[in-house]
Design a protein around this ligand. Sequence first.
Ligand code: IPE
Ligand code: IPE
Ligand code: MG
Length: 249
Amino acid sequence: MTGPPTPPSILSGSVPRHVAIIMDGNGRWAADRGLPRYEGHRAGMKAVRQAVEGAVEAGVSILTLFAFSTENWQRPEEEVMALMTLLKLYAEKEREDLCQRGVAVRVLGNLDRMDAETLNAVQAIETATREGDRLLLNLMISYSGREELLRVMRKVAERVSRGELSPEAIDEAEVERHLYTQGLPDPDLLVRTSGEFRISNFLLWQLAYTEIHISPVLWPNFTRDDLFEAIRDYQRRERRFGRVSSAPV
Ligand code: IPE
Ligand code: IPE
Ligand code: MG
């Protein structure tokens, strides 16, 4: 169960508390090998394992993985079905191992469109891993940032129309209360693989001041060392949050 030791260079700097990853490049990985896209997604599961193990080793508290976007429902039915089947397999196969590693899994997104079998499997992994206290693993499925914000707007509007809240009292805390990530700190670091410089409708509210690391690696090739590289890159950044530099000039 124990892998190679975490590079001391990471442990000496500040480790991001919350890391989010846009796992991209499965299709291109498969195309490079003349394989169907589905094989790329299958190979991507190995990289999920690497990212989870790396996050635990590095001392990250929250790992949020973008696994399937609202827009991804528009892919060919065959690919959507393959992705749902893989999610079900992941939830069934990894349950025990994740429990042992102290990982608590949560599946966040609009799950209305998910088939009953996959939904059962993800609910079972959430229940089984509930006690995990080393890493919170958020799997964002059927998720989009704009849809999340619309959902927030509806909930806030309902409170206003019930007379529980005045429009002037709507503040950031009220919005955050209704996000899927409610109660969690914003990501410190966002990693996107496959060299794409896009947010693709991920965590639009939460990424306001997140540091971004673009990795050229296609997701199925992503290893814990690539995660450590992203963390080292993060450690070289100066986070100013709109203020002036605290470092001497
Ligand atoms: C990421 O890989 C996985 C999902 C979006 C579900 P892609 O399937 O987007 O792979 P590319 O971008 O086509 O290479
Ligand atoms: C973003 O990747 C969504 C996930 C990783 C789940 P996409 O491949 O769907 O995004 P675009 O189309 O390149 O923006
Ligand atoms: Mg893609």
